[in-house]
Design a protein around this ligand. Structure first.
Ligand SMILES: [Zn+2]
Length: 485
């Protein structure tokens, strides 16, 4: 399949240093041409499937990625690291009893505590605000608390996603403090769609379920009409112990400054209800394809490029965190670390994490794909994907800023499958990402790593602390266990 884009217009009038420009043009052209990227993505999603870190499918995904790099003749290794907390759902059941009892569809929230036939009144927890717990008073004790959520669809997009995370982070400690039997979140996605929204702090603290929206609405109406209901649930999990996982790190060694490193990262792991196509198989296969085309064309970057397929991202950005620990000695020489994690929506620009000096560099490096503009960049710190530990270590970092497209409605859901992928846009995004990495790998410019003081200034002058609290990573930074010392 070939893709025709208005790229030639951008190229025809560009005059730059001839040899280097020739290389990046060849790379961009190769990315837009016929490559195995779509077949790779189908293989990873349909054949390997959903790949929760710590599961057999995740181990298969590591082998799959090593094999793809091997076939592309790009040297790659597995870098083992310790995951702090295993969590896999073995089975879950729930039943509602009362005058109008029924059997709702539920899944356990990742990091939920186990429950062995726990029965309690099912009470209306509203939106789970402090006022709701005050209203419930003593009745919250020993009860399953049903929490209403707003609909998350593609119109609401990523903003709704962050809202759902912060809402959950706020209500979970309140339920625990009230002595509840457990929490029952209403699915934010209509049409019976189920998903996994990980609990980002308080692993194993209390049982938490997600209930199908239609079932949860039904229960809520019955309760509000004055019918007492109770819920019995069993949550069987394999959980609670440390175990070993691994990142897959492929490397194209620099020809002139091999000790200087540019990282292109995407997480290999996913959740298990779907097959992790948008989150994040699409960007995994994009990085493999860029590495493949650079090697196939015989291009020699001046700096070393590392293609990092992170693991444990969905459990707290663990793989990229461990990488920054394992490669601590090299971090001064990390010129840039980019993350791609928003499916196949159009690449609109980059988040530059408070290092505004990256913006003119990015704009320069995107010149070879000027036909795919406009690009707009946002100089704000963003928590929620694998740039995080690079940012807190002071390494210049980027996140691909992508159109929301169909990301939010399929996020972590049973519907995140190969058929949701915008194949043509993935090809275009791969050309943009290729131009970006080529620019960082070959430019004479680079930014220095930030000091601890500069990172603290970023924390003090932005909403970074609140974001870190919502994602359960604040305490580790505050305790000096995560981020630059
Ligand atoms: Zn992701």
């Amino acid at each position: 399949m070939r893709f025709s884009v208005p790229l030639a217009v951008g190229l025809a009038f560009f005059t730059g240093p001839i040899m280097a420009q020739d290389d990046v043009d060849r790379l961009v052209g190769a990315m837009l041409g016929d490559t195995p990227i779509i077949g790779d993505l189908q293989s990873l999603t349909d054949e390997v499937g959903g790949r929760v870190t710590g599961s057999p499918a995740n181990a298969a995904a590591i082998e799959w990625a090593l094999d793809r790099f091997r076939q592309a003749e790009v040297p790659a290794t597995r870098e083992a690291f310790e995951m702090p907390y295993q969590w896999q759902e073995r089975g879950v059941s729930a039943s509602i009893s009362g005058d109008s009892g029924f059997t709702p569809t539920v899944v356990a929230k990742p990091f939920s505590a186990a429950a062995d036939e726990v029965t309690g009144p099912l009470v209306d927890g509203g939106k789970g605000t402090p006022a709701d717990y005050e209203r419930l008073g003593e009745t919250a004790k020993g009860a399953w608390i049903l929490i209403e959520t707003d609909v998350l669809d593609d119109e609401v997009g990523l903003a709704g996603l962050f809202g759902e995370y912060s809402g959950a982070a706020a209500t979970e400690p309140l339920a625990h403090a009230a002595g509840a039997a457990g929490l029952v979140f209403m699915s934010s996605r209509p049409q019976n769609l189920m998903y996994r929204l990980p609990m980002l702090s308080g692993a194993g603290r209390q049982p938490i379920l997600l209930m199908e929206r239609e079932d949860a609405k039904r229960a809520q109406r019955l309760i509000r009409n004055g019918q007492p209901l109770s819920l019995t649930s069993t949550i069987d999990v394999d959980a609670g112990y440390a175990y070993q996982s691994a990142n897959v790190i492929a490397e194209i060694r620099g020809s002139e400054r091999p000790e200087e490193i540019v990282v292109m990262g995407a997480h290999l792991d996913s959740h298990d209800l779907g097959t992790g196509a948008l989150d994040n198989g699409s960007n995994v296969t994009m990085l493999i394809d860029i590495a493949r085309q650079i090697t196939r064309l015989g291009l020699k970057p001046k700096r070393t490029i590392r293609f990092a397929l992170w693991n444990g991202e969905e459990q707290g950005l663990v793989g990229s965190w461990r990488y920054t620990q394992q490669h601590q000695d090299e971090l001064d020489n990390h010129v840039m670390a980019a993350s791609f994690d928003i499916g196949t929506g159009r690449l609109l620009g980059f988040y530059t994490g408070g290092m505004g000096a990256l913006i003119p560099m990015v704009n320069e490096y995107l010149q070879p794909v000027a036909g795919l503009d406009p690009f707009e960049h946002f100089d704000v710190p963003v928590v929620g994907t694998d740039n995080f530990d690079f940012m807190m270590e002071g390494v210049p970092n980027l996140i691909g800023h992508q159109a929301d497209a169909n990301y939010a409605s399929n996020y972590h859901a049973g519907s995140d499958t190969f058929d949701k992928v915008d194949q043509q846009q993935l090809k275009l995004n791969s050309a943009i990402a290729a131009a970006l990495v080529w620019g960082f790998a070959n430019s004479d410019d680079r930014l220095p790593r930030w000091s601890r003081e500069q990172i603290e200034d970023l924390v003090d002058n932005t909403n970074l602390e609140q974001q870190m609290r919502d994602f359960g990573v604040w305490q580790l930074w505050a305790d000096g266990k995560r981020g630059r010392q």
